[in-house]
Design a protein around this ligand. Structure first.
Ligand code: PLP
Ligand code: COI
Length: 357
């Protein structure tokens, strides 16, 4: 499909953040965005790159009432030789369509998803920050825009991509975070939407997140919705626990997100000489293993969060320090290897990088 490029007027160009160490996460957006539309009668059409600007949507648009919405998150990096790299964008395209199927939305052809991102990133290349730990965060999104109050799949959708120059997701940067295991609220249940990347999952998580913050924790770790016994994931990351060089993570049972960083970390851990295991993790057993010192490191993985060390782990008001509370050796090596591949300082032997022309 042709992608039209609409003109950008000088007054539509924004000032950049001068100090890249102050970027934060997702507060500033580039000059342009990508937009394509799907309607029952025409399928995908009107793909264009246009100035970044607000939408005018009918207040009855289905997305506002019944949350028919999905999104993705990936990053672009500018290498020292000025090449621009995307990390595993094909995986985002596939997961986007997995989410679309769950939310009864039309699939976006992989080629349209990837071409739209390539063209947009290419035009906005000057927005990619280069300071260590920074990147251009890409947010593909699909929303239901048909104005009707009946509960049904929309007959009109917007697929759009916006981009934001970002630093670390957590304000403290690459520092151990504290997490609280949530034993009252649940995020997802078997058969629900836990493995789809849809806004409703995040809306449903806000209350527990706020309550955890009030108690002084950075993040909530969700347990399974049926027994509230097995570790699932954190708000924006999958979780890993290291028993020496043996790395354990929860299996993809349908109620957690199939993280692209998770899959990459599992591969890299093997490369680094670790053994890996995907298994149900009983929170009580995990606590015992932390107390006995068998669990030596804990960390989360995600596009925004990259590899984030977990220093403190609290369950039913019992708080344990993981390892020595600092950044573990394996956590550090995984972070260094992953970010090295993403930024071009370590060879990509997996074919994970897609260059943007
Ligand atoms: N789990 C949740 C709930 C997330 O929002 C994310 C972030 O995308 C992840 C896990 C990690 O997924 P990925 O590594 O693909 O970014
Ligand atoms: C990502 O890591 O890309 C995410 O989507 C997490 C987000 C909720 C900030």
């Amino acid at each position: 499909m042709d992608i039209a490029v609409l003109p950008l007027a000088p007054e539509q160009m924004k000032a950049r953040v001068a100090d890249e160490s102050k970027l934060g996460f997702g507060r500033q957006f580039t000059d342009r965005m990508f937009l394509a539309e799907w309607s029952v009668d025409r399928g995908w059409h009107s793909a264009r790159i246009k100035p970044y600007e607000p939408f005018v949507l009918d207040p009855a648009a289905l997305v506002f009432h019944y949350s028919q919405e999905i999104f993705e998150g990936l990053k672009a990096y500018k290498w020292q030789d000025n090449r621009i790299a995307l990390f595993r964008p094909e995986m985002n395209a596939r997961r986007f369509n997995h989410s679309a199927a769950r939310l009864c939305m039309p699939e976006v052809p992989e080629e349209l998803f990837l071409d739209g991102i390539d063209r947009l990133v290419s035009l906005e290349r000057d927005w990619i920050p280069t300071a260590p730990g920074t990147s251009l965060y890409i947010r593909p999104t699909m929303i239901a825009v048909e104005p009707v109050l009946g509960v049904k799949p929309s007959d009109h959708y917007y697929f759009y991509v916006i981009m934001s120059p970002v630093g670390a997701y957590y304000a403290a940067g690459f520092k151990p975070v504290s997490i609280m295991v949530e034993d009252r609220y649940v995020r997802a249940v078997p058969g629900g939407t836990g493995d789809a990347k849809t806004g409703g999952n995040y809306a449903a998580s806000l209350k527990a997140g706020l309550e955890a913050k009030k108690k002084g924790y950075d993040q909530v770790l969700w347990l399974d919705g049926r027994e509230r016994r097995y570790i699932e994931e954190v708000g924006a990351m999958n979780m890993f626990f290291a028993y020496g060089t043996h790395i354990v993570t929860a299996p993809l049972t349908g109620s957690i997100l199939s993280g692209i960083t998770r899959e990459s970390v599992l591969r890299l851990a093997l490369e680094l000489g670790c053994t890996v295991e995907e298994r149900m993790i009983d929170v009580e057993h995990l606590l015992q293993d932390m107390k006995s010192g068998a669990v030596t490191e804990a960390f989360g993985s995600g596009t925004a969060a990259v590899v984030t060390p977990v220093g403190r782990f609290c369950y039913k008001d019992e708080c344990l320090t993981v390892g020595n509370g600092g950044v573990g050796t394996i956590t550090q090596r995984l972070y260094d290897t992953l970010t090295g591949i993403q930024t071009g300082t370590i060879e990509d032997r997996f074919g994970w990088i897609r260059f943007v022309e």
